[in-house]
Design a protein. Structure first.
Lengths: 284, 71
């Protein structure tokens, strides 16, 4: 239990700082001073103790429970990932649940912006094909779905990033779609205010932000573990900083795509990734 | 709001008890995972609800019972 609590705390703190760092990098690219790196963490704590009220249109207790669900599923990811080094398939299930939370958080609030986000969450589920393809390709290459076995495979055969670069690209697109201000982040697009989070303010917003920090850490952790191998904590942090910087560059220089284009591009990238990876596996 | 505070306090005590039990008594793995997945989120949420700022007494009704009536 102590191990789980420590890992959850590490995920929350590092995830928060990385999201703050992403905002800082984006601001510098756009020639703004930007907020301090700890701003995301400060925002989380500020919302967490802020006076809150609950909209009359909210479907209680679902409106509160869905925020708790998001926290629960990403704590599950921490258990499956750093604590147990368990199955990647479970991680896929968690990612699918994240989509369901986006959908239900949007529909439970009664806000039209939340409902639009809810529809977009369903729509963008088609873009999960890259993740499923990544799992299949990793299995074909390593013959296992267990993270600890994948780490073992890489310690013998070298990082999967070099063997399956297109699968890594597909997973990176998935990470990008979960980054704030990303071209693929259609469920939280600024055209629908804050999407499914619009009517979750005050303590519930802080609660959602805690879960999102853990989610960001976990997505980067899975990427680094599956495509580079088991690393020490400093190397994990270095890798996470590099990936966060890359996503910040992309987000700062790319407009948000409309939902159709977002899904279409992710599906096209998935097809390219699947076909390319199969060709690479046959050739190498 | 009092119902909310009472409920949160109860949830805080129960979740804290569950987490402490899992920390000290070393129960089977599935119990630990269950406690972590269900009780840690409840613990965080209940602390948040209990520690969030309160409105002034005279304006509490307006602030808490939001005037918004739907779209």
């Amino acid at each position: 239990m102590g191990n789980i609590i420590v890992n959850v705390l590490i995920a929350f703190l590092i995830g928060s700082l990385l999201l703050g760092f992403q905002r800082k990098v984006m601001a510098r690219i756009q020639r703004r001073p930007g907020p301090p790196v700890i701003q995301h963490l400060l925002h989380t704590l500020k919302f967490y103790v802020k006076e809150s009220s609950f909209p009359r249109t909210a479907a209680m207790p679902f409106y509160v429970a869905i925020a708790a669900t998001l926290c629960g599923i990403w704590i599950s990811a921490v258990i499956i990932g750093p604590v147990l080094e368990g199955s990647l398939l479970l991680f896929f299930g968690i990612y699918a649940l994240h989509k369901i939370v986006e959908h239900n958080a949007g529909s439970s609030s009664g806000s039209p912006y939340g409902k639009l986000s809810c529809v977009r969450a369903v729509f963008s589920a088609a873009a999960e094909m890259p993740l499923f393809a990544v799992l299949a390709i990793i299995y074909l290459q390593t013959r296992t779905m267990i993270i600890s076995d994948i780490i073992g495979y890489q310690s013998i055969h070298g990082p999967l990033l070099l063997k399956l670069p297109l699968a890594a690209m597909m997973f990176f697109v998935l990470i990008l779609s979960k980054a704030p201000y990303s071209p693929f982040s259609i469920t939280k697009g600024k055209d629908i205010i804050s999407g499914y989070e619009t009517e979750h303010f005050g303590v519930l917003r802080g609660y959602l932000m805690i879960s999102e920090s853990i989610a960001w850490y976990m997505l980067l952790w899975i990427f680094l573990t599956v495509f580079i191998g088991g690393l020490s904590l400093p190397l994990y942090i270095l890798g996470m900083v590099i990936i966060t910087t890359i996503t910040a560059f992309i987000n700062a220089t790319t407009p948000m795509l409309n939902p159709n284009h977002s899904v279409a591009i992710q599906v096209i990238l998935a097809f390219v990734g699947i076909a390319g990876s199969i060709v690479l596996m046959l050739v190498m | 709001m009092n119902r909310l505070r009472t409920g949160s306090l109860t949830a805080l005590i129960l979740s804290a008890a569950g987490i402490i039990y899992a920390l000290i008594f070393n129960p089977p793995s599935w119990v630990v995972y269950g406690v972590a997945i269900f009780l840690i989120p409840v613990f965080i949420l209940s602390i948040g609800i209990l520690s969030m700022a309160r409105p002034e007494e005279d304006e509490a009704e307006d602030r808490v019972d939001e005037p918004f009536i739907g779209y």
